[in-house]
Write a protein that binds this ligand. Sequence first.
Ligand code: GLN
Length: 486
Amino acid sequence: MMHKKTVAEISRSLQAREFSSVEITRHLLSRIDSLDKNLNSFITVTADFALAAAAAADKRIASGDAGPLTGVPIAHKDIFCTDGVRTSCGSRMLDNFVSPYDATVVARLKDAGMVMLGKTNMDEFAMGSSNETSFYGPVHNPWDLNTVPGGSSGGSAAAVAARLAPVATGTDTGGSIRQPAALAGITGVKPTYGRVSRYGMIAFASSLDQAGTLTQNAEDAALVLEAMSGFDKHDSTSSPAAVPSYHGSLNESLEGLRVGVPQEFLDEGLDPQNRAAVEAALEVYRSLGATIHPVSMPSLALSVPTYYVVAPAEASSNLSRFDGVRFGYRCENPVDLVDMYKRSRGEGFGEEVKRRIMTGTYVLSAGYYDAYYLQAQKVRQLIAEDFTRVFKEVDVLMGPTTPEPAFELGAKTADPITMYLNDIYTIGVNLAGLPGVSIPCGFVNDLPVGLQLIGSHFSEAKLLNVAHRYQQETDWHQRLPGSDYE
Ligand code: GLN
């Protein structure tokens, strides 16, 4: 069936005229129509836009003017601005916001001929680890509808896992691509900070935010990431470094690859079965010629508290633009300007967003700035140095992506700290600006779990090859979440 095909397979089928872009687009739209009622993975489905883009892609293919991604459907996380389409960021605040321009990521993939199916559900302003903070309601994990798909890119992860889209974009500030990829049994890639433009991506914590991909496998991630990446004059933090051919560097031998395993990742917080799955994956790498080296990174223990000072601080500043004046939600009948600010923000933002704004404002305020924000920046530097040190000894780091598989909806919403601890293995990577990948490596209680691969700055080509070689030896990434999705 068309929907089971990967991006690379769809690309080949389109070139071979086995089916047209309009045909696969129609097929996926009808799957979304019938299956997404249970999942809630889309906030907006852009059927008319999609069919028009697919027809245009078919013309390009017929005229011989097509690239590898032309005509291939994609879903975008609703954090990316999309010209003429509502861009809500999962918030009541932007429920009525129709963006007047495309984010660079969206524009580049559009230029490559990709067909946007719609905008995926997400935690409000990307704050969350379970997709339960969305104004549009939670997303359900296709592997078990009573469990969460992870967050904040939970809609993107569920849509790809259920084969409603072959690829979706996501963003990762503290784990929001890798963690949902792990819980939904798919491949998630968070590139190096600066590899992909942040222009038109609604800001959460600007020094940590980075866009990436959610796909069935590493080969597809390589194809799509290549088209998304590269310098953008609209984002001063985007890197001028040339984008290598990620797809061209797959299939390289892993003979002699030095794999470091941070012992701090295998602590008592890790579910023992999850740990067993990670250890089995390390054995696969050993059989491919890699050597495994335990390493110690003591500062990693500080990454969650550091992140939960830095990220809210930046968020409190970024979210000040939502004031009811220029765009987004405005309260009814304000009595004066202050009343309008207060009620527009009070009514427009959800609880978790308000919690972050308050924490962020507090840690930045005079008298507390030195004690919290400045201190957190220093610890952030120590964490980055820990990574720099180990990357002198090993080529990649491996460990779990999350402490446990998908948990039940509602299980952690009452206790924010428990929720924050989900990101314990992913956050350090963002604080250090490094690339990280999550690939499926087994099941715990019939729910998927992920193996995390971490590389040095701009080592995406290597990481994708390391992920791809594993996927040639295993079939975890090909499993489907039950007969409904066959
Ligand atoms: N779960 C983390 C948070 O709530 C990370 C979110 C993200 O990466 N966008 O902030």
